[in-house]
Design a protein around this ligand. Structure first.
Ligand SMILES: *Cc1c(COP(=O)(O)O)cnc(C)c1O
Length: 371
């Protein structure tokens, strides 16, 4: 081979490392030959899909040969009613991840910059570096976003700011007041992307979506997903709400059929399944408390979380404990890739799954003490 195809990639891409997803159940089955595995590694909904979403998918099976509605008319109408915004403000994405990429592709160049926080969602650096743009990483405070530090990194080159509220993998969150002050102080040419992937779960006082502030702040872009509280991670469907001109721009660069027929139908159906959403939130509320109490009982510090996961601090042996959990059939998420090597992130599961994870952790810690 005379060509180095790695060296031929753009400089930004050469600097990337691939996103590491939670280990799939089937992979662990293959590797260890064990059964009865639980996966609490990808912030997935533990309840299984909404029956209404399943019924909607079934109704569209015969359309497999057809391209989907590239404009997602029906889902946009449903979202428009649900959110109280106009359809022109909505952009549908192949997961909200798609929207993050579209924003980077549409607004960043190698001469411009994006700002995000230390410990912020791992997709931001990937989206930014893939288009060759520069990034400024603001140090975190108590694992959460330090808005003052982020503000300091805004300069004439800045085009995008990414803020996950709540943030993954830390579960930390910002009040609407704090974000309002941050956005008020932002030049209008800087788009502030508020990633609300976990917004449905949050019950903390002072927390609220930025949606009501969109009219006042045309540079705010809100992203949401059907992957978490709505339980449709496999289908890949999310959306943004923004100024119509921003939506217009994203519409120019997106893949023409970026959301498939089943995703469109299931998302529309689950949006009206209030019972499913309420069950998701109740399960999560109880599960967060169960995990937090369990970690406390084991004397393990954790980062207080308002999302559907919680990151627990296990010290320098976290990597070994992760492996030991795998051998007991419990998949969680190591955070070494986030430069948090002492933490493991545990997704809230069903009551039984949370109990099994806590028991496995207790057994592993006892075994290690006995050695
Ligand atoms: C899970 C997650 C998303 C959503 O990803 P999808 O592509 O919509 O599945 C977005 N942002 C954050 C912070 C997440 O954790």
């Amino acid at each position: 081979m005379t060509c180095d195809y790695i060296q031929l990639a753009t400089p930004g891409v050469q600097g990337l490392t691939p996103y590491v997803p939670g280990k799939p159940v089937e992979e662990l089955e293959r590797e260890l030959g064990i059964a009865n595995i639980i996966k609490l590694a990808s912030n997935e909904n533990p309840l299984g899909p909404s029956p209404k979403a399943l019924a909607a998918i079934t109704q569209h099976l015969n359309e497999l040969t057809r391209y989907p509605d590239g404009n997602g008319y029906r889902l946009k109408q449903a979202l428009s009613r649900h959110l109280g915004v106009s359809a022109e403000e909505i952009t549908l994405g192949n997961g909200s991840n798609d929207i993050l990429d579209l924003l980077a592709r549409a607004y960043l160049t190698p001469e411009s910059e994006a700002v995000y926080a230390q410990y912020a969602f791992a997709v931001y650096p990937i989206s930014v570096q893939a288009v060759g743009a520069r990034h400024q990483v603001a140090p975190a405070r108590d694992y959460g976003h330090d808005l003052a530090a982020m503000r300091e990194r805004i300069n004439d080159h800045t085009r995008l700011v990414f803020i996950a509220n709540p943030n993954n993998p830390t579960g930390t969150w910002l009040t609407q007041d704090a974000l309002e002050a941050f956005v008020s102080d932002m030049p209008e040419r800087v788009l502030v992307v508020i990633d609300e992937a976990y917004a449905e779960y949050v019950e903390a006082p002072g927390y609220a979506s930025m949606l009501p502030l969109l009219q006042r702040f045309p540079n705010v872009v809100i992203t949401r997903t059907f992957s978490k509280a709505y339980g449709l991670a496999a289908l890949r469907v999310g959306y943004s709400v923004s100024h119509p001109d921003v939506a217009n721009v994203l519409n120019r660069v997106r893949n023409p059929f970026n959301v498939d027929i089943f995703a469109l139908a299931a998302a529309e159906a689950v949006l009206n399944d209030h019972d499913y959403l309420q069950r998701s939130l109740a399960c999560n509320r109880a599960g967060l408390a169960q995990l937090a109490d369990g970690f406390s009982a084991l004397g393990l510090p954790y980062i207080p979380s308002v999302a559907n996961f919680i990151s627990v601090q296990l010290g320098p042996d976290a990597g070994e404990i992760y492996q030991a959990l795998l051998h007991k059939g419990v998949i969680v998420r190591p955070l070494a890739g986030y430069a948090m090597p002492e933490h493991l992130r545990v997704t809230v599961g069903t009551e039984a799954e949370n109990a099994r994870c806590l028991q496995a952790l207790q057994d592993i810690l006892a075994e290690r003490r006995a050695q």
